[in-house]
Design a binder for this molecule. Structure first.
Ligand code: 5AD
Ligand code: SF4
Length: 461
């Protein structure tokens, strides 16, 4: 038996791709090892959304070089950096054995065999045409014991946001046929899953035979599934039909991640985002009317080329006005071949210290607002889907509210249950309390030993 180790960077798409790689490797009689030092095969599944992610992968690659030297491990790079750099990566990193893009995961066994037997260095980074693309189907058995899982509904992105490398690394949009999505969800529900998150770079433009709103509604009807989530959305595709789905189907969880990117119309235009702040706010108002109390989160970029102090203040004001539950905010990072990187000198680079200072101010504001939300829950009884043991304290349970707030609590309900938790304390990122009632038990008997893997493996960005 040979051992493999996969190091995942980046977004949920990458986490899911790593799972598909694991499935392919287990069919080749490879077994996973948690220690790269003991691996015969090391794969880095990489992200190139910001420069920092790329730097991290290069330093990790340096560390794994030693493993290769000491035990002859095979070393490969997949994911977005692989797609972006292609054969250049083999030239740059002489000890690398193979490079494969996100569309080529199905070819992994063949690539590894070529490396092992023919001692070739292999590059597989061709995009697969939309008509020919086959979404790798997840093996539900590998999810047994879990409560929540991600299901891919589309890949790629047809937008042209000027800061973003994703259209270059993930190619054109391809939607997965809706019956395939529903079969995967039903398989997951059969092994006890209670929640699914439908994922894609731009799920609102889903075209797999029915609209995305209909896909959510159909997913919510799969027996055993109690909560349906999705990510990520672009504001310009947020349809009235989707908003209506929130009104009529309570199983669509009351959380919407709606990246705004910034609070200035001039910068939005330079970002080629296709909406104004006003239009964004109108959409949000409709959403909040359809589902009062819905939690709204966002992504923001500060220090986009040409961003003035006043324009940054507009982002601060928008954050205050929308009162986001949470936000992921980043300093602008120029990416190869993107529209903004090509024009940033003309627009005017924002100095690094200014970008960082703006980011700190924004994040401080968001921490205050997030803290107000969590504090507002103290003293209330909330519904929690139990996911397992708390990561902070093994004596406590962990779960999430419908709004996706994390809760660590005293209780005994097994994973897959729905309970009422009385909230006693809060920090800006989590709630704490005690279980006061069990609303529903799990749909299948929980495994004798609870899974100890972190339930939402955060990949490194
Ligand atoms: N620089 C900084 N942040 C970026 N993002 C995407 N591209 C860049 C970039 N070049 C952010 C956006 C996006 C999130 C996933 O990452 O906010 O919504
Ligand atoms: Fe995911 Fe985008 Fe990073 Fe690729 S570049 S891993 S799609 S976040």
């Amino acid at each position: 038996m040979k051992r493999y180790f996969i190091h995942t960077f980046g977004c949920q798409m990458n986490v899911n791709d790593s799972l598909r790689m694991s499935e392919a490797l287990s069919k080749m009689s490879y077994v996973p090892t948690p220690e790269p030092e003991n691996a015969d095969l090391i794969i880095l599944n990489t992200c190139s959304i910001r420069e920092k992610a790329e730097d991290k992968m290069l330093s990790a690659l340096g560390r794994y070089r030693a493993v290769k030297a000491s035990r002859g491990a095979i070393l490969g790079v997949g994911g977005c950096v692989a797609q972006q750099e292609k054969d250049k990566l083999l030239k740059k990193v002489p000890y690398l054995d193979f490079v494969f893009g996100p569309d080529n995961i199905a070819k992994l066994p063949e690539v590894i065999t070529r490396v092992q037997e023919a001692r070739e260095r292999v590059v597989e980074t061709a995009f697969v045409d939309s008509e020919e693309y086959v979404f790798p189907r997840a093996d539900a058995e590998t999810s047994r014991g879990k409560v929540t899982e991600f299901v891919t509904v589309m890949k790629g992105c047809d937008n042209v946001c000027s800061f973003c490398v994703v259209p270059h690394t993930r190619g054109r949009e391809v939607s997965r046929a809706f019956p395939d999505v529903l079969v995967e969800v039903a398989d997951l529900a059969r092994v006890g899953l209670r929640e699914v998150t439908l994922i894609g770079q731009n799920v609102n433009s889903y075209m797999g035979g029915i609209s995305f709103a209909q896909l959510l509604l159909r997913t919510a009807e799969v027996p055993g599934i109690e909560r349906v989530r999705f990510t990520t959305s672009h504001p310009h595709d947020l349809s009235d039909e989707l908003i209506e789905a929130f009104r009529v189907q309570p199983k669509i969880a009351p959380h919407f991640h709606l990246p705004v990117q910034c609070g200035s119309d001039r910068i939005l235009k330079m970002m080629r985002r296709d909406y104004t702040v006003e239009q964004y706010l109108v959409q949000l108002a409709k959403l909040r009317a359809a589902r009062p109390g819905i939690a709204v989160t966002t992504d923001i970029i500060v220090g986009f080329p040409g961003e003035t102090e006043e324009e940054f203040e507009m982002t601060m004001q928008l954050t205050e006005q929308v009162k986001y539950e949470n936000q992921f905010s980043f300093v602008y990072s120029p990416r190869p071949k993107t529209g903004a990187a090509l024009r940033e000198k003309e627009w005017g680079l924002v100095p690094h210290e200014v970008k960082v200072a703006r980011l700190e101010r924004l994040q401080k504001l968001q921490r205050r607002i997030s803290g107000e939300y969590t504090q507002s829950q103290v003293g209330l009884d909330v519904e929690v889907m139990v996911e397992g043991r708390s990561r902070y304290d093994a004596t406590k349970r962990f779960g999430r509210t419908p709004e996706n707030r994390t809760v660590n609590f005293d209780g005994d309900a097994p994973a897959g249950s729905f309970v009422t938790v009385h909230i006693e304390r809060a920090t800006p990122n989590q709630l704490q309390g005690k279980q006061v009632a069990v609303l529903q038990g799990p749909t299948v008997a929980p495994p004798p030993v609870e899974l100890t893997v972190p339930l939402h493996v955060p990949a490194e960005a």
